[in-house]
Design a protein around this ligand. Sequence first.
Ligand code: HEM
Length: 440
Amino acid sequence: MGLPFIGESIQFLRTGQKGHPEKFIYDRMAKFSPQVFKTSLLGEPAAVFCGAAGNKFLFSNENKLVHAWWPSSVDKIFPSSQQTSSKEAAKNLRKLLPGFLKPEALQRYIGIMDMIAQRHFDSDWDNKLEVTVFPLAKMYTFWLACRLFVSIEDPEHVAKFAEPFNALASAIISIPIDLPGTSFNRGIKAANLIRRELRAIIKQRKIDLAEKKASPSQDILSHMLLTADENGQFMNEMDIADKILGLLVGGHDTASAAITFIVKYLAELPDIYNEVLKEQMEIAKSKASGELLNWEDIQKMKYSWNVACEVMRLAPPLQGAFREAITDFMYAGFSIPKGWKLYWSTISTHRNPECFPEPEKFNPSRFEGNGPAPYTYVPFGGGPRMCPGKEYARLEILVFMHNAVKRFTWEKMIPDEKIIVNPLPIPEKGLPVRLHPHEC
Ligand code: HEM
């Protein structure tokens, strides 16, 4: 279990920073058990559950044997005025989210996504010989979130917001030492700054809704302000600010990492790129000039989504997530004490030859037909806590792919660019690529 307090956190984080997060898991699966092993992470004793059976066990025992748990760093970065912990906050948030994030509700935003994507490519990709993909992908997903969550469109306002988000992601899985200069400390400051900004927006929106200058369905903020819980209570400003902050954080780096790796694999695999291009050009040709993408178009992007899925199998944006044992129980012959933290990981199945034959091979056809066996493909988790932003992410990724391949082919400028995982996988230099616009 490693050193006192720190445990094996450093090894856990370091294998990721070296670009091989799977090493931490697979080394211990080989040494101790392929089903479950114990360690100590982020100051807590933890059992790491492995393989499809481990995923199934954790996903299907939510609130029976286990419940969600976030590192204490997360609770400190997202304190909520009413809730006692992020567990409660997440539970309440989940009840509200489906209304806004379910596919039927998102359909009406596809045109807006396409419009923002076009604006993004016009201003930041067109007429450039070279671009660095990861910062641009972050800008794109952030623009979308600002528009769809809180209706902010003014570029200066968006930029004011964007800066502190970068400090947040690394703070969330950092060791929670709140001293000046630590990334944890920077994360808390950044969260406070964004929260203040959000509260100002919320106040204004309340006025605009009362004066009918804003619409109840224009974004998730209106939805939250106007939706009461089962006791008829409305959320206060601070809670709403925290929840929107949670959504912005949950959706920002994850989708940008996925997009960055899609661009990377499409640069490396011209045959796959050509198939994606073919599918997207058929859709583009079926549209009138200036007509925006819609739900029917998205339904036709089957091959492109299989490619995106295969990218997220090989480079899952999130490596895994924690649970906490709410009672003593047995698993695979081992006793798991109440209070222990439990970790499931995408890696233990995504690169396992028993789950995916020839796991290193890029093969989007794995997702055809019934697709992978249950509990083996888990980039969005599973069970009751599965990522509520999955459908939103699918739309923003597909809209991005459509706009990117329609305009360019590209090549990587650093052929063997290293991947670091901190906590999300990112090419070390952000994936600089050389663009080649299609000849009209
Ligand atoms: C490719 C993009 C994304 C990936 C791979 C991803 C993956 C995940 C995973 C693995 C979890 C943890 C599930 C668990 O605890 O077992 C999660 C949770 C969450 N995600 Fe996503 N996500 C993505 C995009 C988004 C987006 C766009 C949003 C918001 C619109 C979002 C909002 C959330 C929230 C709020 C949670 C916490 C849910 C809870 O605790 O119950 N995610 N996501």
